[in-house]
Design a binder for this molecule. Structure first.
Ligand SMILES: [Fe+2]
Ligand SMILES: [Fe+2]
Length: 158
């Protein structure tokens, strides 16, 4: 599970590094970062599988609900308190956006689990993601993000 954590982080770190390389006009360095990021994902997924980290969808949803709950009831509130204490405004914003988004994610996973418990799939309505704060919604595109107030221009559909 330590290897899973490390490879997962390497994946996101290399994607961030790829974006930076792109900004610096180093398109081929960016390409290498992206390819190796994908390799780290292969490692991460294999480690998780071998460690028995993937169960039935019903159990995975239960685990996802608990994970999100841990984040918005313990982890983020604690970090937010520290960011306030240290007057770290950027960190505070990043943490508060994530904290609010995790509550929404938790609610969505709970709704999905109820569907799976009833032996149903989720609805096929569009799923909308705010790329600024991580809010996720379903159905029609809102004019503004309910968490960060961004316009629909920063939202993507799944
Ligand atoms: Fe989340
Ligand atoms: Fe947002």
């Amino acid at each position: 599970m330590k290897a899973f954590a490390g490879e997962s982080q390497a994946n996101r770190r290399y994607l961030a590094f790829a974006a930076k390389a792109e900004k610096e006009g180093k398109a081929n360095i960016a390409r290498f970062f992206r390819a190796i990021a994908e390799a780290e994902t292969i490692h991460a997924l294999k480690h998780l599988e071998v460690a028995g980290g993937v169960a039935s969808t019903q159990d995975n949803l239960a685990q996802a609900i608990e994970g999100e709950k841990h984040e918005y009831t313990e982890m983020y509130p604690e970090f937010i308190a520290v960011a306030k204490e240290e007057d770290q405004k950027q960190a505070l914003r990043s943490l508060e956006y994530a904290n609010e988004a995790e509550k929404v994610h938790g609610r969505i996973f709970a709704q999905l689990k109820a569907r799976v418990d009833a032996n149903e799939d989720a609805s096929d309505e569009a799923i909308i993601l705010c790329k600024v704060c991580g809010w996720v919604g379903q159905g029609a595109m809102p004019e503004r993000c309910p968490i960060c107030n961004s316009t629909s221009q920063v939202m993507v559909k799944f």
